[in-house]
Design a protein around this ligand. Structure first.
Ligand code: PLP
Length: 712
């Protein structure tokens, strides 16, 4: 058959479709779409932190046209465009069947949102959860609009100095190079609004990010009409002092509602993801009072429309503002409600009128919501206990704070290798059915996946991590000045065959990154064993003001720089979604050592499940529910300890016991074929029991059924 020339019109259409896709993060959880951008320029794809907008900018229009003349490439682009349009137009979604009663979108407010490595407006688990919630809402067809801030300098870039101390850099984003677009009104004019902070009127605009069918608004005060300190209000995630913090929260809560109103969005429900956004309830109250409702009726109205998720299991972790700060930031706003600042303070106090009590955002959120939840069963009960004074006379188990355990957006976290693997073994539909237990039960059978298959997957993923780590370490080394490293070459860093233990998360001290090294002699013995090689990969940032967290980084970095441990313990700099993706996929063991009950849920371990990783974790957060005796290991006990030292001692001892007597022997117990069959039995059991449960599809459905669809 003669080759038909592809018409100019077809090419123009596909180019415009490619541009549309670049601006919709839908591509970030659809490997066939990612593949296209990668293929356009593998070099620039890496350089730009996987930024599709930048890649398309980099490739000239002439080149793009030329490449689309290649029928094979043309066909693939066409297929991706079709897939994209089918996704956007899909009618028989979960929500179409089960959530038709929603009268408008869920407006989801979060101070951080982690969608992709090219948009670093998150600091840790809370933001990642918000991003994953958004993606699952899109997949399920739930109308959804998230509101957060546009942090121009994001969270910092991390390097580590020669003496192991974390250094922070703040490169600024250029909006033109991000997958964001200015928010416009129907006439195509930019939308602006204002909030009052102190005596200033602070103007702001918004940017919009498309996330499949969902949308995210980023509020931005970096406008020429604002004073410099207000232009910088949104510079950093959780940056600056308390005054900056309250300013950010005024913008997020009050400004967020105003922006939604300005663009005509009528939410079914306002969902506050953590207390940072709770001022939104006061803006809703102001609207009601201005519509001449009495105070009681106005409060009732607001409560019907708001819902709150708390994430913080320790009292010190909740945002609190003292009266002088509140008066500084909010006197004008209080007056617009016809209230004194003291009357306003009472909304955030457990005991109204108690002048000694500060204003707590969580208290405001709890008072002004129709319901609330913690993010695991244990965290739910810890929260009911923590806030019981707000519900005097109620038995603790009836306090209206429930729980929904967190999840992850599985397709977004699946390494390409794993995604292809499950597509071949379970069929294309594994992505739509990932919360269906019967799908994952099939993994228990050798007919679906043989041990050889599964070990093959583990071997590829581990090697891919080793390669990514070597590349990263080389880059960091060059950036740091690149002194010669002598005979120890990067080619000897990590082994694709060693038992690989991963630990990557924020370096908050309660997560206890150095617990493995509490008995250093023991750790050296384990790590230097020639016959049964064990290696560790660490990554994580400490908050810029958290010196104790930075000391933990220093401790790990110093260990990784010991001559005898060279290449066996590595610390990868600048932890982000991209680095996380490599480590969660490559690790055989995911080490999770929070001091119980301080990890409300934790999610990083969930990302390892479909990659065949196994958990070794304290009985905190999600693992306390997920662990069944066979699908991983527990360390320490499910109980409270008399002191932190006693707890650390007990947990470290238990960790050593599990690693030495259970994990290592099982991993190196190989059949004649070199495969650890008993290990893989555990892996199968882990996938079958955990994969259908610990994902955001299950989680968002629970939110919808328990909270979004009830009580209005
Ligand atoms: C998943 C993830 C987290 C959350 O990890 P936890 O172990 O739950 O604290 C934080 N940061 C990044 C980049 C992640 O991908």
């Amino acid at each position: 058959m003669a080759r038909q020339r592809i018409s100019e019109k077809q090419i123009t259409e596909l180019i415009s479709c490619l541009r549309e896709i670049a601006y919709n993060l839908w591509w970030s959880w659809h490997p066939s779409a990612q593949q296209l951008f990668h293929e356009l320029s593998p070099f620039f794809w890496e350089e730009s932190t996987h930024n599709a907008v930048e890649v398309l900018d980099w490739i000239s229009g002439q080149e793009l046209k030329g490449r689309l003349q290649n029928p094979a490439f043309f066909k693939r682009v066409e297929a991706v465009c079709k897939k994209y349009r089918t996704y956007l137009d899909k009618k028989n979604t979960w929500a179409a069947k089960h959530a038709a009663a929603l009268k408008g979108p869920i407006a989801y407010f979060s101070a951080e949102l982690g969608l992709h490595e090219s948009l670093r407006i998150y600091s840790g688990g809370l933001g990642i959860l918000a991003g994953d919630h958004t993606k699952s809402a899109s997949d399920l067809g739930i109308p959804f609009i998230a509101v957060t801030l546009f942090y121009r300098q994001g969270y910092f870039r991390q390097t580590v100095s020669n003496d192991g101390w974390q250094q922070e850099q703040y490169p600024a984003y250029d909006p033109a190079k991000l997958p964001i677009r200015p928010v416009m009104d129907k006439k195509g004019k930019r939308v602006f609004s204002t909030v009052e902070i102190d005596n200033a009127t602070v103007a702001f605009c918004a940017w919009s990010v498309e996330v499949g069918r969902a949308r995210v608004l980023l509020l931005d005060t970096d406008l020429p009409e604002n004073e410099q300190r207000y232009r910088d209000l949104t510079a950093h995630v959780y940056g600056g002092d308390q005054a900056n913090r309250i300013g950010q929260e005024v913008l997020l809560g009050i400004g967020g509602v105003r922006m939604l109103r300005a663009i005509g969005v009528k939410p079914h429900l306002f969902h506050m993801n953590e207390g940072h956004s709770a001022f939104l309830t006061l803006e809703l109250l102001r609207e009601q009072l201005h519509a001449k409702k009495g105070m009681e009726a106005a409060v009732r109205h607001v409560r019907r429309r708001c819902f709150f998720t708390t994430h913080t299991p320790v009292p010190a972790g909740h945002d609190r503002f003292d009266r002088s700060l509140m008066a500084w930031a909010l006197t004008g706003f209080a007056e617009s409600l016809g209230l004194t600042i003291d009357a306003l303070m009472d909304f955030g106090r457990i005991q109204p009128g108690n002048a000694d009590e500060t204003f707590t955002m969580t208290v405001l959120a709890l008072k002004m919501s129709r319901g609330a939840n913690g993010v695991s069963a244990l965290h739910g009960s810890v929260s009911r206990n923590m806030w019981k004074e707000l519900f005097p006379g109620q038995p603790e188990d009836q306090i209206p704070i429930g729980s929904i355990t967190n999840g992850i957006h599985t397709p977004g976290w699946a390494a390409h290798t794993a995604s292809q693997f499950w597509t071949v073994r379970l069929g294309e539909q594994w992505i739509d059915k990932l919360h269906d237990p019967s799908l994952w039960k099939r993994v228990l059978s050798g007919a679906t996946v043989t041990d050889e298959d599964l070990w093959g997957l583990r071997t590829i993923l581990r090697r891919e991590l080793v390669e990514a780590a070597r590349r990263r370490l080389r880059e960091s080394h060059v950036i740091a000045g690149g002194a010669p490293i002598g005979p120890r070459s990067f080619d000897n860093v990590l082994s694709p065959h060693a038992l690989t233990i991963g630990f990557a998360r924020r370096f908050a001290t309660y997560k206890r990154a150095p617990l493995f090294f509490r008995d250093l002699e023991w750790a050296l013995r384990i790590l230097l064993d020639q016959d049964r090689p064990v290696q560790m990969v660490f990554a994580g940032k400490a908050h810029p003001r958290d010196d104790a967290g930075k000391q933990f980084i220093q401790q790990i970095v110093n260990i990784s720089r010991r001559q005898d441990l060279f290449g066996k313990v590595v610390f990868l700099e600048n932890y982000d979604i991209n680095i996380a993706r490599h480590i969660i996929a490559g690790a055989d063991i995911w080490l999770n050592t929070p001091r119980r009950p301080m990890e409300a849920s934790g999610t990083s371990g969930m990302k390892t499940i479909i990659h065949g990783g196994l958990q070794v974790s304290t009985m905190d957060g999600w693992w306390r529910e997920g662990y069944d005796g066979m699908n991983g290991w527990k360390i320490g006990e499910d109980k409270n300890y008399e002191s932190e030292t006693a707890q650390d001692e007990a947990d470290a001892g238990s960790l050593r016991h599990v690693i030495e007597n259970e994990v290592i022997p099982l991993f190196f117990d190989r059949g004649a074929d070199g495969i650890p069959h008993k290990w893989l039995k555990r892996v199968r059991h882990s996938i079958a029991t955990l994969a259908p449960q610990y994902n955001t599809h299950r989680m968002v459905i629970e939110y919808a059924q328990k909270y979004y669809l009830t009580g209005s």
